[in-house]
Design a protein around this ligand. Structure first.
Ligand code: BGC
Length: 449
């Protein structure tokens, strides 16, 4: 880690941490919550590394006041959480379940009282199971259902949420949820999953209209981005990297920013993209949410592969407990690359997730030292500062995550938090990265700025 103090950021820069509903809340049947695709998936033997579910998770449902106090103690100006669709519409359609919305209503008020801006994500992968039974994101109707749900949440929270994020990482929902089946709902359709991309985008566009109709603003969409590094020096490797880049980095963002779909390595069934859809999808947004974890190595596939690329490990990088390469420069590359690709079309960016898992263990005194996480965050903040100096408009940064939590198919085996959670008792212990991050976010603005 650098011994220099972390770089300075402009006055008014938004500092936050992020979480998502299914990963922290628990309270799986509380206050009329319905079943989501992740409840179903987690209960299916063999799907989750440690056989766990998010039924209790971090028990945020009962401990939310303690968690707001942790946010206040951290000194962040914003908190990104997600609203669980099955709490608001247990069956995925129909009127709002007021008791479910009450929870978020209290949370938003508690955050405001603590001086923390609420940033709400409407969809962080927890589709109501009845909608999946009706086709999930493969069904066009799910886009309309999503807008209806967005309207219900905006009607209740629209006056207090400071940034609305429609979808979290539609690429990951598409690729792992419906492409390979490693995530809920566990469908392995490979490229036949394309309608999932289009219907998420359409749902986003319709939700933007619903939010605007309620004066709920500003509005964003968050995606996951990964700079592609070509492994190999052949033209076939380059072509494979381009195909992967189109899927991971452009499939959602090109249409979102009014460029239509890029050339994709898959056939699109006639009738999926209808007249007028692209205009709905390209409705102006106020912020682009960028999640960054690592770059991806790509080379040409073996003969007979069903995919036009092969993903390979990138040599020469330290790795997190997830096995992901640590490459802070990738964040600068990605941000300047977005600026170069989209130019004036690009709205201001907020980095809505960035972080790492390590096997953090309390010491004999009960303290949790996580120098590797501090080094990771420090490196990425330097890269972010460099991107600002390159002229990219970035107005916020959220570390993933406030708490160690339920890491999807990895269950409780990956710790991403600035706060350690004892998963048996729910006890929270701020790690050394929590104190370090507080120092960054509460640093006085330099004189004269
Ligand atoms: C997701 C989070 C997840 C994190 C680490 C992101 O893809 O939005 O829910 O926990 O990465 O894997």
């Amino acid at each position: 880690m650098s011994t220099e103090p972390p770089p300075e950021f402009p006055p008014g820069f938004r500092w936050g941490v992020a979480t998502s509903a299914y990963q922290i809340e628990g309270g799986a049947t509380a206050a009329g919550r319905g079943t989501s695709i992740w409840d179903t998936f987690a209960r299916t033997p063999g799907r989750i590394a440690d056989g766990s579910t998010g039924e209790v998770a971090c028990d945020h449902w009962h401990r939310h006041r303690e968690d707001v106090a942790l946010l206040a103690g951290l000194g962040v100006s914003a908190y990104r959480f997600s609203v669980a669709w099955p709490r608001v519409q247990p069956g995925g359609t129909g009127p709002a379940n007021a008791a479910g919305l009450d929870f978020y209503d209290r949370l938003v008020d508690d955050l405001a009282a603590a001086g923390v801006d609420p940033v709400a994500t409407l969809y962080h992968w927890d589709l109501p199971q009845p909608l999946e039974d009706a086709g999930g994101w493969l069904a066009r109707d799910t886009a309309a259902r999503f807008a209806e749900y967005a309207d219900l949440v905006a009607a209740r929270l629209g006056d207090r949420v400071r940034l609305w994020i429609t979808l979290n990482e539609p690429f990951v929902q598409l690729s792992l949820g419906y492409g390979t089946g490693e995530h809920a709902p566990g469908r392995a359709l490979l490229f036949d999953a394309f309608p999932v991309a289009h219907h998420q985008l359409l749902g986003h566009g319709l939700a933007v209209a619903a939010l605007r109709a309620r004066s709920a603003a500003p509005v964003a969409l968050t995606n996951n981005y990964s700079p592609v590094r070509v492994a190999g020096d052949g033209g076939a490797d380059r072509a494979a990297a381009d195909a992967y880049d189109a899927l991971h980095n452009r499939l959602f963002t090109d249409p979102l920013l009014g460029l239509g779909y890029p050339r994709l390595p898959m056939a699109v069934e006639p009738g999926t993209v209808r007249d007028g859809d692209l205009a709905v999808i390209a409705a102006p947004i106020d912020v682009l949410g960028v999640n960054y974890y690592n770059p991806t190595g790509v080379r040409a596939p073996e003969a007979g592969s069903p995919l036009p690329f092969e993903l390979v490990e990138l040599p020469g990088h330290p790795r997190t407990a997830s096995g992901w390469p640590v490459a802070p420069d990738g964040l600068r590359e990605l941000l300047t690359g977005l600026r170069a690709r989209y130019g004036e079309r690009l709205p201001p960016i907020q980095v809505t997730e960035n972080g790492c898992a390590y096997d953090d263990v309390p010491d004999a005194d009960g303290r949790v030292h996580d120098p590797q996480r501090i080094a990771y965050l420090d490196g990425h903040l330097r890269a972010l500062r460099a991107a600002l100096d390159d002229g990219v408009a970035v107005t916020g940064y959220f570390a993933w995550s406030l708490l160690d939590n339920w890491e999807w198919a990895e269950g409780f085996t990956r710790r991403f938090g600035l706060v350690h959670v004892d998963f048996a008792t729910g006890a929270r212990t701020p790690k050394s990265s929590y104190s370090w991050f507080r120092g960054v976010v509460t640093r006085p603005t330099p004189a004269g700025e």
